[in-house]
Ligand binder design. Structure first.
Ligand code: 5AD
Ligand code: SF4
Length: 442
């Protein structure tokens, strides 16, 4: 090992999962950099490969262990290579992760992230195996992420854990009860970001609407405070639980100029019977009213959702109800998932009795249905001028820029790469279900 390598080991971080996981990866990358590590863009020259993986569905875990298995050859060639696992899967599996793959050297739970530099250094030196997984129910120390994947949009955690115990969901068991970050720390983090030229923040929590700071500030007050921060142009947030989203939130979205007019409001199912079994604590009727209220108060706002197909005992008739409400609401887009039983959850006590091919065919129907609705929703923007934050240059064509509207729709248009990080007005000329195409008019 050359001297430089001994002093500054290189870490490649691979993330599977949602924005929460991305944020955690950034956080850990910052801690590692602070402790003398360097980040690597590829696995090939890394001393350490760190996997951060979600456990919400079995599929994500399968992908993770599949990826780790692929490293067998690399580890044989370079026995010194350290393979570490962090995040929800580390919390769920603890030492059993090493039984599943003998290639893993470190299992580090979400509550032990600050120890990771020391753990890696120990393994690099002593060639041992380490499992560090505490019960994850405590507040994390206030460490502002030092490393950010993007240059002008940032992920900002406002709360961790969840108290809702939806019957299918493993999150409360792996991430503990809901803990809101202090509003003062969130504001300090966002001001710091604005000072470094960041334009957009995505406020993250499993249920942002139940955010409650020690000082008594609720989510709307937090939005008002973030809205005052100079330099920040766009504020996004996710996720909202329908039982806690209300008119005041929609009014804040309408009245606060920087808050984007996009609401992610997971529906999960359109059948009241299934919603009850899911412990979602709303009915399809209540959801529909909420969606209508949102559209009335935030005209032009977009609405996206999550749907689970094939929850235990879901019949064709239950599923049809989901399709009906999808059409009635007219979602701009949706994330659809096959139900995946998770150990320890209440739903895992129910028979997973919807055959996989039925789950797959329901997922396909949802995707076809959504495709038509999305295209129709996007078509309404034809000939309209929308504001787009330019995020990058197309990989296929260096003259084409990519960005997102305030409603979180991807847009592509011709322009100079010097516009990356700036907001432009784009007149929409054509659309597909997935993106808008147009030309810059200002
Ligand atoms: N099976 C399938 N989908 C799930 N989700 C959460 N848990 C499960 C599960 N066990 C989905 C929900 C949630 C999204 C993040 O993941 O739709 O909103
Ligand atoms: Fe899971 Fe429900 Fe909490 Fe979302 S609100 S994280 S689905 S328990």
């Amino acid at each position: 090992m050359n001297k430089e390598k001994t002093c500054q080991p290189k870490v490649f971080v691979k993330t599977f999962g949602c924005q929460m996981n991305m944020r955690d990866s950034e956080h850990v990358a910052g801690i590692l950099i602070d402790n003398g590590f360097r980040l690597s863009g590829t696995m090939d020259d890394a001393d350490v490969i760190l996997f951060n993986s979600c456990s919400v569905r079995k599929h994500a875990e399968e992908r993770l262990f599949g990826n780790i298995a692929c490293l067998k050859g690399l580890k044989k060639k370079r026995p010194g290579l350290v393979i570490a696992l962090m995040g929800c899967t580390a919390q769920a599996y603890e030492g059993k992760a090493m039984d599943r793959s003998s290639l893993i050297d470190i299992v580090c739970g979400p509550g032990n992230e600050t120890d990771l530099p020391r753990l890696i250094k120990d393994v690099l030196k002593k060639r041992c195996h380490i499992i560090a997984v505490d019960k994850f129910n405590k507040k994390r120390p206030e460490l502002f992420p030092k490393y950010r994947e993007h240059k002008f949009k940032a992920l900002v955690s406002i709360s961790e854990g969840c108290d809702n115990f939806c019957s299918y969901c493993i999150v409360p068991y792996l991430r503990g009860r809901e803990r809101s970050r202090h509003a003062r720390d969130i504001i300090r983090e966002v001001k710091g970001l604005a000072g470094r030229g960041f334009k957009e923040v995505l406020l993250l929590g499993q249920n942002v609407n139940s955010y409650k700071a020690e000082c008594g500030k609720d989510f709307i007050k937090l939005l008002e405070d973030v809205n005052k921060i100079k330099g920040i142009e766009r504020i996004r947030f996710m996720t909202s639980h329908p039982k806690d989203a209300h008119k005041e939130l929609f009014r804040a979205m309408r009245d606060l100029d920087k808050v984007c007019e996009h609401l992610h409001l997971p529906l999960q199912s359109g059948s009241d019977r299934i919603l009850k079994l899911m412990n979602r604590r709303y009915t399809s009727g209540k959801y529909l009213n909420l969606a209508e209220e949102y559209k009335r108060i935030v005209p032009g706002g977009s609405l996206t959702t999550d749907i689970i197909a094939g929850f235990p005992s879901e019949t064709d008739s239950d599923f049809k109800k989901t399709c009906v409400i999808m059409k009635d609401v007219g979602f701009d887009s949706s994330y659809t998932f096959k139900y995946s039983p998770r150990e320890r959850t209440k739903a895992s006590e129910l028979a997973d009795d919807v055959p996989d091919d039925v789950k797959a065919s329901r997922l396909k129907s949802l995707s076809e249905l959504q495709c038509g609705i999305s295209e129709e929703r996007n078509r309404r923007l034809t000939d309209k001028v929308v504001e787009v934050l330019v995020e990058g240059v197309s990989k296929k064509d260096g003259e084409i820029l990519t960005g997102r509207t305030g409603t979180n729709k991807p847009a592509v248009f011709k322009g100079s790469r010097s516009l990356v990080g700036r907001s432009v007005d784009v007149e929409i000329e054509s659309v597909t279900a997935y993106a808008l195409r147009g030309r810059i008019v200002r």
